[in-house]
Design a binder for this molecule. Structure first.
Ligand code: F6P
Length: 322
């Protein structure tokens, strides 16, 4: 392995820069030349590869977002688009590619590894934490902590007024953010896409919460919950009642921001592990961390075996919210 390229794809996630830095510096330490690809797969199709040395990644460790840029590229989903991308890697003499992203990005990385001769390794980078083969994805810890800081503020107001709040967090198909935010933020309920929501049961739980003498009630709703977003859920739960409720949607504030210690360290570990995997010729795998160990999982497994929110934590949530 003499030359590698690294790109970030899909939704940005805090810790991506830490991982890019680690990839470039681990490669540098092994005498491998690195290229950074601007704007993900879209940039790869356009041949936007730039040489990066150890100094080129100085001062990015603590930054949120991705300094390489990212994009969603419909063209890359076609065989022709991927052939164009492979052509540019070939022209630059790149024999290894590191892709940071989530399930959609890994689907593309998987196809690229099958269709070309380049060795492809993935690093899990998404605030959704929904990939198999790693306990946590890059960005999840920061996103939960951001949501928590905001939920703590909402709790101040909820407790002061004795109110019911519905707070919507991100997660189009995954409830990890909702569950962890609720568990760590003292929520009464976490509504997640993986578990059907029964509005009547939820209404009873909310009423019971106030009947138990609680001053406030927080319901954390994943944006992709089957009962709808926070506004819809709130309207249905409170329909025909005189309950004084408010709704807050956190939205994209959860995606940005300086990565936490955990996301910086995970970025360092997985960036280095990706370079080791490339040097070992491990093609079409994602590097992740399970119970402290670095592991390699086929990209196809990582993106296709959706990692559901754990049932044990959902029932713990139910037991503690009383
Ligand atoms: O990064 C993952 C995620 O935050 C999902 O939870 C969310 O549904 C989606 O990205 C929204 O992304 P965008 O607004 O960039 O399309």
């Amino acid at each position: 392995m003499e030359r590698i390229a690294v790109l970030t794809s899909g939704g940005d996630a805090p810790g991506m820069n830490a991982a890019v830095r680690a990839v470039v510096r681990a490669a540098d330490a092994a005498g491998i030349v690195s290229y950074g690809v601007r704007n993900g797969y879209a940039g790869l199709i356009e041949g936007r590869l730039e040489p990066m040395d150890a100094r080129a990644v100085s001062g990015i460790l603590h930054l949120g977002g991705t300094t390489l840029g990212t994009a969603r590229s419909p063209r890359f989903r076609t065989t022709e688009g991927r052939a164009e991308a492979l052509k540019h890697l070939d022209l630059a003499g790149v024999d290894g590619l590191v892709v940071l992203g989530g399930d959609g990005s890994f689907r593309g990385a998987d196809a690229l590894s099958r269709e070309g001769s380049v060795t492809v390794v993935g690093i899990p980078g998404t605030i959704d934490n929904d990939l198999s083969g790693t306990d946590f994805t890059l960005g999840f810890d920061t996103a939960v902590n951001t949501a928590l800081e905001l939920i703590d503020r909402i709790r101040d107001t909820a407790a002061s007024h004795g109110r019911l709040f519905f707070v919507e967090v991100m997660g189009r198909r995954s409830g990890w953010l909702a569950l962890y935010s609720a568990l760590a933020g003292g929520g009464t309920e976490a509504l997640v896409p993986e578990r059907p929501t029964d509005i009547d049961v939820l209404r009873v739980r909310v009423q019971r919460s106030f009947a138990l003498g609680k001053r406030f009630c927080l319901v954390i709703v994943a944006e992709g919950d089957d009962a709808g977003g926070a506004y819809e859920v709130a309207a249905r739960v409170c329909e025909g009642t005189a309950v004084d409720y408010r709704v807050t949607t956190l939205g994209h504030v959860q995606r940005g921001g300086s990565p936490t210690m955990r996301d910086r360290v995970l970025g360092a570990v997985l960036g280095d592990a990706a370079v080791t995997a490339l040097r070992d010729g491990a093609d079409g795998v994602m590097v992740g961390q399970l119970r402290g160990d670095v592991v390699r999982t086929p990209l196809e497994t990582a993106w296709s075996r959706f990692d559901r929110t754990p049932e044990d934590l959902l029932s713990l949530m139910d037991r503690l919210s009383r």
